[in-house]
Ligand binder design. Structure first.
Ligand code: SF4
Ligand code: SF4
Length: 194
């Protein structure tokens, strides 16, 4: 976050979107809430002592992906390529409501990747919800809209199909949601930001 050590010509500059959009457990900072250490116009007031996750983090753009014009504050979302368990996916985390649907460039990026790997779009808002809804774009124009234990599968030319997680998946989900709830409880609330 606000790294000055990019391995190439790009630098964060005035962007500090990750300092708002991402959760920082060390600071008890909720995802979607501006960090209390963010400076006006970008930058970090505790740069020398910022948490290790802030030092390590580089979004896809800062890592050299996308195009020069795709800095996250221009895109309105943070784009990462993440490996979670056995899955590698593109993550698009919106910085403003409906950023993905309003941005032809974000949609273009998703279209470039979705045949190769799932593209998960985390919606802006519901920051206190440990079970936030999300969408997954897949190849062949298939889209999954995940709301709790239900997934609506959308395919061109077909009726939407609702699927419920299996009993085992529901149990795993309940455990995951409980763990996320524990992490979120006690974090800085949006109203705590002065
Ligand atoms: S979102 Fe990317 S470019 Fe913006 S401050 Fe964070 S690491 Fe830097
Ligand atoms: S501590 Fe600094 S780098 Fe880390 S989230 Fe806050 S403002 Fe960003």
């Amino acid at each position: 976050m606000n790294s000055e050590h990019a391995p190439h010509a790009r630098s964060c500059g005035a962007c500090s979107l990750c300092c708002t959009v991402l959760r920082v457990d060390e600071l008890k900072k909720l995802g979607g809430v501006s960090c209390k250490h963010q400076c006006e116009g970008g930058g970090c007031a505790i740069h020398a002592t910022r948490p290790s996750i802030c030092r390590a983090y580089k979004c896809l753009w800062l890592s050299g992906g996308l195009t020069d014009d795709d800095r996250p504050d221009s895109l309105g979302a943070i784009v990462d390529i993440l490996t979670v368990g056995a899955e590698t996916r593109v993550s698009i985390q919106e910085a403003t409501p409906n950023a993905f649907d309003r941005s032809p460039r974000l949609q273009e990026i998703a279209a470039q990747y979705r045949d190769a790997m799932p593209v998960r779009i985390v919606e802006h808002g519901n920051f206190l919800d440990p079970d936030r809804p999300y969408r997954v774009l897949l190849g062949d124009s298939e889209e999954h809209r995940v709301r709790g234990q239900w997934t609506t599968v959308l395919r061109p030319g077909s009726e939407p199909e609702r699927r419920r997680l299996s009993a085992f998946e529901r149990l795993a989900r309940r455990i995951a949601v409980w763990i996320r709830s524990r992490k979120i409880s006690g974090m800085q609330r949006p109203e705590d930001r002065s």
